[in-house]
Design a protein around this ligand. Structure first.
Ligand code: DGL
Length: 270
């Protein structure tokens, strides 16, 4: 049984998962966090399930080698394709982002027509639709992969005419009354929330899973008597598998921390 004082592990294919770390730190400030961004092998969202599963297992093994008590799979693509494999293989509790995102959407919808955007791996897996239908049978789910959004965010083009054009092209089907809620089913999309909201219009509510994931982690830690009972602020350690300099710049965008200290690690085949 892990100790209460052990850190919470979070992994993503890159630095997008820092949006989840941010929500976790806000909700659970006394926990210690270890973050792994597999920047050497990003993107996951265009890769085959078997590849994403293999990478995810290596990421979880790394976090477990650091003694984490729980793993958050912040990456939607990994949550969509590798969660069952991870849970079958490892004993620690593992939290993905799909169910919390689906819960947030089902709470927010009135009409039961929900849109979801994400990577090809996430949308093609059908996982959001499955979770939404489990929570609200009869709901109508419209999914669309938006692969160009990830490189636009990585380039820092968060509010740029080109980003707006791409968003117009991807998102015209998500205006009300077609859907009244749109799930941002990818770690990077919350940074484009302003542009996305402009394009879909005020009648479509935008939800992402970061804050609902943090609530799910809190519930799990409390139920398992694993919440850290210290009053001092938690610590954070960040690891990536490639390019710490570029990652620092993008990490700053996600987390708003200037002096992000990041260590480089080598995993499996990268
Ligand atoms: N982290 C990924 C996700 O949330 C986006 C980037 C990638 O394709 O690896 O799906």
């Amino acid at each position: 049984m892990p100790e209460r004082s052990a850190p919470v592990g979070v992994f993503d294919s890159g630095v997008g998962g820092l949006s989840v770390i941010k929500a976790l730190v806000e909700r659970l400030p006394h926990e210690d966090y270890i973050y792994l961004g597999d920047t050497a092998r990003l993107p996951y969202g265009t890769k085959a399930k078997s590849t994403i599963v293999r990478f995810s297992i290596e990421n979880a093994e790394f976090l477990l080698s650091k003694g984490v008590k729980l793993i958050v799979v912040a990456c939607n693509s990994a949550s969509a394709t590798a969660l069952d494999a991870l849970r079958a293989r490892f004993d620690v509790p593992i939290v993905g982002v799909i169910r919390p995102g689906a819960e947030a959407a089902v709470q927010a919808t009135t009409s039961g027509s929900i849109g979801v955007i994400g990577t090809e791996a996430t949308i093609n897996s059908g996982c959001y639709e499955q979770e939404i239908l489990r929570l609200r049978p009869g709901a109508h789910v419209l999914g669309k992969p938006c692969p160009l959004f990830v490189p636009l965010v990585e380039e820092g083009w968060l509010d740029d005419p080109i980003t707006r054009q791409v968003a117009e092209r991807y998102l015209s089907a998500f205006r009300a009354p077609r859907v009244d809620v749109l799930i941002l089913g990818c770690t990077h999309y919350p940074l484009l929330a302003g542009v996305i909201a402009d394009v879909v219009g005020p009648q479509t509510a935008i939800v992402d899973s970061a804050s609902t994931v943090a609530a799910a982690v809190e519930g799990l830690l409390l139920r398992m008597s694993l919440a850290n009972d210290t009053n001092s602020p938690g610590t954070h350690r960040f690891y990536v598998t490639d390019l710490p300099a570029k990652v620092k710049r993008i990490g700053r965008m996600f987390l708003g921390i200037d002096d992000l200290s990041i260590e480089l690690v080598r995993l499996g085949s990268n």
